[in-house]
Design a protein around this ligand. Structure first.
Ligand SMILES: Cc1ncc(COP(=O)(O)O)c(C=O)c1O
Length: 382
């Protein structure tokens, strides 16, 4: 049997290697000139005035939350159908993650559910463009404006996704991107904050650099952290940023082919993209509605036939041990958390049970796309 078609496969070529070599040879490895260049080019790509690098997407979200002044005990509304880091960064700053259920077709936070989750303690909304699929940002920004809330876009999976031609990451007050090894644009580990707000970016730059001021040196003005990204890493980012449009284009082509090839199968329902938006298709994961094969059997069948497959967020955040055991978290001494064990977000839970991911990254060939389609069809006709 031929080798497994992997779920993810980053592109690392001569250009990345030479870019790293140049930084190594320069002797200047820590955050500096190369990171400044990446920030400038990334901000231009996304369409914001400012960008600042961080060590990863998690520290980008954390820093953004601190930079907008989220305080212990504040509530931040987010989706339960996301990577745990979205919710965890809210808890890390001492705030309370308040989950609002998702739309059954887009898998993204449902704006109407956001509205009903708002209380006097709500400080911000963190929509997550899950699997690269843009949230309904028009509606979310309207709600935020009406209730005077900040919006932090978790764009960690969505580099290159757009809404009416505007890139995600340029619509909320601030946004976070991840450059983790499997992302549309990757540096192994890495992250970026984007914003149009000078005060937010200044605060973020200070927070991620031990509370220093713009001049650096050994004057410190607030408690900060070391979330700086190495130039060694940013050098890979510069090469990957050039590749990003082509990577996203390929992922879109694969997704379009899957959508078309599966359109006659009543057992499969793809993730819907809202009107005017273009997903970056970081992940292609339809839901399975079959009487003959379970979701887990589908995944096993695909893997047995050489197609990488998995469920991603089978367990939504509120069902994770992290939130079932939130009383153990240090902030629980000072902050009253809700009892997450009593919560139910039926749509997120249902998507969790039904979705399965197939390989759709840019290194999947057209022939492999056809093999994936054929294997899914075979599984359904068993
Ligand atoms: C939606 C989402 N938020 C946050 C993160 C955290 O990013 P990182 O892994 O770079 O810390 C990720 C990355 O996996 C993610 O997918």
């Amino acid at each position: 049997m031929s080798a497994m078609i992997p779920i993810a496969k980053p592109i690392v070529d001569r250009e990345e290697i030479e870019a790293v070599e140049r930084v190594l040879e320069s002797g200047m490895l820590a955050e500096g000139k190369v990171s400044r260049e990446l920030e400038e080019k990334f901000a231009k790509f996304v369409g914001t005035k400012y960008a600042t690098v961080t060590t990863n997407g998690t520290t980008a979200l954390f820093t953004a939350l601190e930079a907008i002044g989220v305080q212990p005990g504040d509530e931040v509304i987010t989706t339960p159908f996301t990577f745990i880091a979205s919710a965890n960064t809210i808890a890390q700053v001492g705030a309370i993650p308040v989950f609002a259920d998702v739309d059954p077709e887009t898998y993204n936070i449902d704006p109407e559910k956001i509205e009903s989750a708002i209380t006097k303690k709500t400080r911000a909304i963190m929509p997550v463009h899950i699997f690269g699929n843009p949230c309904d940002m028009t509606r979310i920004m309207e709600i935020a404006e009406k209730h005077d809330l900040y919006v932090i876009e978790d764009a960690c999976q969505a580099h290159g996704a757009t809404i009416d031609g505007r890139h995600v990451g340029s619509i909320g007050h601030v946004a976070a991107f991840s450059f983790y090894a499997t992302k549309n644009m990757m540096t192994g580990e890495g992250g970026m904050i984007t914003t149009d707000d000078e005060e937010i970016v200044e605060a973020a730059r200070s927070i991620k650099n031990h509370g220093r001021g713009a001049k650096g040196g050994y004057s410190h003005f607030r408690i900060g952290y070391n979330f700086r990204m190495m130039d060694l890493v940013s050098a890979i980012g510069l090469v990957q940023l050039k590749r990003l449009p082509e990577i996203v284009k390929r992922q879109r082509e694969h997704a379009a082919r899957f959508d078309e090839a599966f359109s006659d199968l009543k057992e499969l329902r793809p993730q819907r993209v809202i009107e005017g938006a273009e997903s970056a298709y970081h992940v292609y994961a339809p839901r399975l509605y079959s009487d003959t094969i379970s979701r887990d059997e589908m995944i096993e069948f695909l893997k047995a036939h050489g197609v990488g497959a998995r469920s991603v967020y089978a367990t939504p955040c509120h069902k994770q041990g992290t939130y079932l055991n939130i009383h153990q978290w240090r902030w629980a001494k000072f902050v009253r958390y809700p009892d997450y064990s009593k919560m139910s977000f039926p749509v997120a839970e249902e998507i969790g049970r039904r979705h399965f991911q197939v390989p759709s990254h840019a290194q999947v060939t057209d022939d492999q796309v056809e093999i994936i389609i054929e294997t899914v069809r075979q599984a359904l006709s068993k």
